[in-house]
Design a protein around this ligand. Structure first.
Ligand SMILES: Nc1ncnc2c1ncn2[C@@H]1O[C@H](COP(=O)(O)OP(=O)(O)OP(=O)(O)O)[C@@H](O)[C@H]1O
Ligand SMILES: [Mg+2]
Length: 412
């Protein structure tokens, strides 16, 4: 836009000079003096136009458009030089006064306001007095004066127009930048969500592998060791059958974990699954097991059933591995608006304070922590009561939302 305005300025200047020269020649001006003065004027104008076009902003004469300059800069000095060149041409022929219109247009752009007006009035004086050194009519004064005021007003309007244009360009640029930034943030958010999803899935898989497959393997290991140690062929056969059953269950669990389906034992409900687990522990280790049910736990949400089954699997694996218990009791109870699962044994016990927050997964110590995390995700928690020689009680609880109520896992 600034470039277009500058082009209009150049064309206007050129046209006025051509008209002036043509009229001057027609009225008998000295050709050599006229061409010398005009050439100087055009050259000076061209130098200024070129410098402004190649300078910052690239706007000939108009690099300061939008506001009048506060002090006389290089453009202002150039403009004063242009006025001097113009005075020379006017000295050769008064017909060159036409160019004054272009000077008035430039004055507002290149000079501080007051100086611009002063120079414009000076130019006006030349325009008025040069052709008619004798006497003047009112029209001969008012005509050029109106031209000057019109040119100054035009420049001012042009300045406002350009300022608006620049403002709009700045606004559009900042909007584009803001949009780019928001797109970037959106992409980052999507990436973060994807990573969080991947992490959650990994955590779920590692927990499921720990609570089902790893426990199955450790049970098989214990049975195999017992088998190696026994001399009794009948006992050996029994152990092999148990190993076969454990391996078959483990295989089925592995398929479920890979397919991310509900755990196999839950097909006939949580209580039934707990009974089978406890019976297996009793059969394989000789620890007397019992399952107690208190309240209505028949229609728990599947996520709660899965979580409680995994917690029970992990706690019973601990009973096998660490407790050397004589008895284990698993209780599942509906307590107010929550469901609780207790696994209590009368074994060796341990000091819960020795549990670390950062377990060594390779050596174990993952089970209780994973259970606690699993329950927390459902708004519940895990309590461990134990002391060396005093048995162990592991208590899991998960809140259940009333139908239509807020929070909790909600009943199905
Ligand atoms: N019923 C229990 N009786 C005695 N000690 C227990 C019992 N449950 C847990 N512990 C102790 O708490 C520790 C932590 O148990 P946790 O289940 O977190 O890990 P782990 O059984 O050692 O290994 P992982 O479960 O990862 O295979 C156990 O190493 C054990 O010392
Ligand atoms: Mg464990």
């Amino acid at each position: 836009m600034i470039r277009r305005l500058a082009l209009v300025q150049h064309v206007l200047f050129g046209a006025l000079v051509v008209i002036g020269v043509w009229r001057a020649l027609a009225t008998g001006a000295h050709p050599a003096a006229l061409s010398g003065a005009t050439a100087l004027l055009l050259l000076w104008y061209a130098v200024g136009a070129h410098r402004a076009a190649s300078g910052p902003g690239g706007a000939p004469h108009l690099s300061s458009v939008g506001t009048a300059p506060r002090r006389v800069g290089p453009g202002g000095w150039w403009f004063l030089g242009l006025v001097v060149c113009w005075l020379l041409t006017v000295a050769v022929s008064p017909e060159l006064i036409w160019v004054a219109f272009s000077l008035w247009l430039l004055a507002a752009h290149l000079l501080p306001l007051r100086l611009g007006v002063a120079v414009s009035v000076l130019v006006l004086a030349v325009v008025v007095l040069r052709p008619w050194p004798g006497g003047l009519t009112v029209a001969e004064v008012v005509g050029p004066a109106v031209g000057m005021v019109f040119a100054l007003a035009l420049s001012r309007g042009q300045q406002l127009l350009v300022r608006d244009g620049l403002e709009r360009e700045r606004l559009v640029a900042s909007l584009v930048a803001a949009q780019e930034e928001s797109e970037l943030l959106h992409a980052e958010l999507a990436e973060a969500q994807r990573s969080a999803g991947v992490l959650a899935e990994r955590t779920r898989l590692s927990r499921d592998i720990h609570d089902s497959l790893a426990q199955g393997f450790s049970s098989i290991l214990l049975l195999a060791r017992a088998g190696v140690a026994t001399q009794d062929a009948e006992a050996g056969r029994r152990l092999l059958t148990q190993i076969e059953t454990s391996a078959a269950d483990g295989l089925e669990e592995a398929r479920r974990v890979v397919g991310a389906l509900a755990p196999a034992p839950l097909e006939s409900g949580l209580v039934e699954a707990l009974r089978r687990l406890v019976a297996r522990v009793q059969e394989e280790t000789g620890v007397a097991g019992e399952v107690r049910v208190e309240g209505d736990v028949a229609a728990l949400p599947p996520v709660v059933e899965v979580a409680l089954l995994r917690v029970a699997q992990s706690a019973l694996a601990n009973v096998r591995q660490h407790a050397r218990a004589g008895q284990v009791v698993v209780t599942v109870a509906e307590v107010e608006d929550s469901v609780r699962l207790d696994v209590v044994d009368d074994g060796l016990g341990f000091d819960p304070a020795t549990l670390t927050e950062a377990p060594d997964v390779a050596r174990g110590g993952y089970g209780l922590r994973a259970s606690r995390q699993r329950l927390r995700e459902l708004g519940g928690g895990l309590d461990i009561e134990s002391e060396p020689g005093g048995g162990t009680a592991v208590s899991a609880s998960v809140p259940l939302a009333r139908p239509g109520g807020a929070g909790g896992a909600g009943r199905s």
